[in-house]
Design a protein around this ligand. Structure first.
Ligand code: GRG
Length: 297
């Protein structure tokens, strides 16, 4: 099999494992109250690249562990991510009606249920990660804390508030970087750290993987903003062209497409260099980093 085909088969097989695990952690759609559980399952199973759980499992593998140990953490991160998408799409936030190629949660279930489905997914994430059985010196409680710090007011939620407050005004380069670090890179970095913690990795490896997560996360956001300009809604499964329509300041709107591509490539190179201490065990992560730079959706 050629390398591109092999990588495609690897991601498809990881997505399949992750989807099965996500389903197993979610309450059944028939469980009372039915509408809420249907709504949670709707957004989780609507699709999505499963990038964060794939990274979490690959980080555990890069630390020499069986990646099954990281599966509860991988699913917890995807639940947090899906909650953030449901809430971000609400009329009081980004107000969108297309996500993962389907109508957004509130368009199907109404705003109140969408808010509550997001709340319940966030809570479920902590129930699931608390079931982790890490291999080495870390405890499940430390993994819970890692996820809580990432999802909280200084990272995910804080980034969202900074983003909202910046609307209509041109954010400085520093502000834009803070928003990208908090809204995007923090959860990718957390995925890496949780995979490493589940594997019982030493601080040197955790640091290397965190650097990879941070740089890849910033590159991921730049590429996301480029795709918003260059791709169709159909291809992306979410509304394209929104940043231009709402005059939102992004890396490409400030620096242009070419400079943005160069910056994403520079960050990806930085991310891959950070993996040096992990040697050949990190080859999947290198492939994922390169794939994310070249992705078209
Ligand atoms: C706490 C409400 C709340 C929001 C936090 C994550 C977030 C901030 C908002 C979601 C919308 C957004 C533009 C986030 C930036 C990160 C990003 C590009 C998310 C999309 O991730 P993909 O492409 O999505 O991995 P899929 O659908 O493939 O999982």
């Amino acid at each position: 099999m050629n390398p591109a085909k092999e990588f495609k088969a690897y991601t498809a097989s990881q997505q399949k494992r992750i989807n099965a695990a996500l389903r197993s952690f979610l309450p059944r759609a028939s469980c009372r109250p039915k509408t809420l559980h249907e709504s949670m399952r709707y957004s989780v199973s609507a699709g999505g690249k499963r990038l964060r759980p794939i990274l979490c499992l690959a980080a555990a593998e890069a630390c020499g562990s069986n990646d099954n140990l990281a599966m509860p953490a991988a699913c917890a991160v995807e639940f947090v991510h899906t909650y953030s998408l449901i809430h971000d799409d609400l009329p009081c936030m980004d107000d969108d009606d297309l996500r993962r190629g389907k109508p957004t949660n509130h368009k199907v279930y109404g705003e109140a249920v969408a808010v509550l489905a997001g709340d319940a997914l966030l809570t479920l994430a902590f129930e699931v990660i608390s079931q982790s059985k890490p291999a080495g010196k870390y405890t499940a409680a430390e993994m819970v804390q890692e996820l809580a710090l990432t999802a909280g007011s200084k990272r995910l939620v804080g980034g969202q508030v900074m983003d909202m407050e910046g609307e209509g005004a041109e954010p400085s380069a520093r502000q834009l970087r803070f928003i990208h670090e908090s809204k995007t890179a923090a959860l990718l970095t957390c995925s890496m750290r949780l995979g490493a913690m589940a594997a019982g990795a030493n601080p040197g490896k955790i640091d290397a993987l965190s650097q990879f997560g941070q740089a890849t996360g910033l590159a991921f956001q730049i590429i996301d903003d480029i795709l918003d300009i260059t791709q169709s809604s159909e291809k992306l499964g979410k509304s394209a062209g929104k940043d231009l329509a709402t005059e939102k300041a992004t890396y490409p709107s400030t620096h242009g497409l070419e400079k943005s591509r160069r910056e994403a490539a520079r960050l990806t190179e930085q991310a891959i260099t950070a993996l040096k201490p992990l040697g050949s065990k990190a080859s999947r992560l290198r492939e994922i980093g390169s794939y994310l730079l070249d992705r078209d959706y």
